[in-house]
Design a protein around this ligand. Structure first.
Ligand code: SF4
Ligand code: F3S
Length: 105
């Protein structure tokens, strides 16, 4: 599966949802997550994210993100369209360190 990581927090560019063939993104206030049991591992969302927030869970050190994606995809609403969810200051938070501790809720 692929997972969304903290680089998405406060960026939420939403390009990922436009390309996912199985609509497996779920939307929280500050970030999106992928439902790992629905993701078909096609990989098309990874290069679409301007924040480079999406990674395959086969990369080292992503256990925490796999767990978070699993947990919150069961709680947050499904999202299939990019409307106006991207925050106006998204670019200011692109590449910022420590976003999980600062902003995740
Ligand atoms: Fe959707 Fe494919 Fe990305 Fe999985 S890898 S979330 S199926 S676009
Ligand atoms: Fe987040 Fe990137 Fe999608 S910033 S909303 S994972 S395009």
């Amino acid at each position: 599966t692929y997972v969304v990581t903290d680089a998405c927090i406060r960026c939420k560019y939403m390009d990922c949802v436009e390309v996912c063939p199985v609509d497996c993104f779920y939307e929280g206030e500050n970030m999106l997550v992928i439902n790992p049991s629905e993701c078909i591992d096609c990989g098309v969302c990874e290069p679409e994210c301007p924040a480079e927030a999406i990674l395959p869970d086969t990369e080292n050190g992503l256990e925490q993100w796999l767990e978070l994606n699993t947990t919150f995809s069961a709680q947050w609403p499904n999202v299939t369209r990019k409307l106006d969810q991207t925050p106006p200051d998204a670019d200011e938070h692109k590449g910022e360190d420590g976003k999980y501790d600062k902003y995740f809720s």
